[in-house]
Design a protein around this ligand. Structure first.
Ligand SMILES: *[C@@H]1O[C@H](CO)[C@@H](O)[C@H](O)[C@H]1NC(C)=O
Length: 178
């Protein structure tokens, strides 16, 4: 009995991990968009001189939250029926393109703020930023790849160009901190 109950619980987790819907993906994209805006605002609000450690750590927390949101999106895209229909694929791609400029801005702004992070009285923040950028890059890379894999054929070129732009922006930001 105990074994059967355990098995049933494990089986239900497996089903939950595999089954997601396009609606889940749309919700995820909305969450990613909100978290991207929060991160971008926090980076831009960090003063060029006299910034605080608390504000720098808030940026780190925003980056971690965004990474989790993106990873959830990747998981739900992978678990959703594929390819997406034309309507769903277009809606999702349009939503992703909606926050693309915000992530690009965040990646430009984080480079601009490097001297401000270096000037903090406690060292190690630029190294933390680099780690966050590398983690976010991996998350974004996997999410974009999942979206391309799920896209209807005619949307693949657009999805691929979004991925190229975001990947390039991450490469620039990571290089600046490496
Ligand atoms: C971003 O992540 C991908 C996947 O892990 C990796 O192949 C790529 O080299 C990373 N880019 C940078 C600039 O580190």
């Amino acid at each position: 009995m105990k074994f059967q109950a355990t098995f049933a619980i494990v089986a239900s987790y497996v089903v939950a991990a595999l089954a997601s819907t396009v609606a889940d993906v749309e919700t995820d994209v909305q969450t990613i968009s909100t978290q991207t805006t929060a991160l971008d605002n926090a980076i831009n609000a960090f003063p060029n001189t006299g910034g605080s450690l608390v504000s720098a750590l808030a940026i780190h927390n925003d980056a971690v939250s965004l990474g989790s949101a993106i990873d959830q999106g990747t998981s739900d895209v992978s678990g959703a029926p594929q390819p997406f229909s034309e309507t769903d694929g277009s809606a999702i791609l349009t939503a992703v393109q909606g926050f693309e400029p915000t992530i690009l801005d965040a990646l430009t702004a984080i480079v601009t703020k490097k001297p401000a992070f270096q000037a903090l009285p406690i060292g190690g923040i630029p190294a933390l930023v680099l780690q966050d950028l590398q983690n976010l890059n991996t998350s974004a890379f996997n999410f974009e790849a999942a979206l391309i894999a799920a896209a209807p054929a005619d949307l693949v070129p657009t999805a691929t160009s979004v991925k190229a732009a975001v990947d390039a922006a991450f490469a620039t930001a990571i290089a600046a901190y490496s």
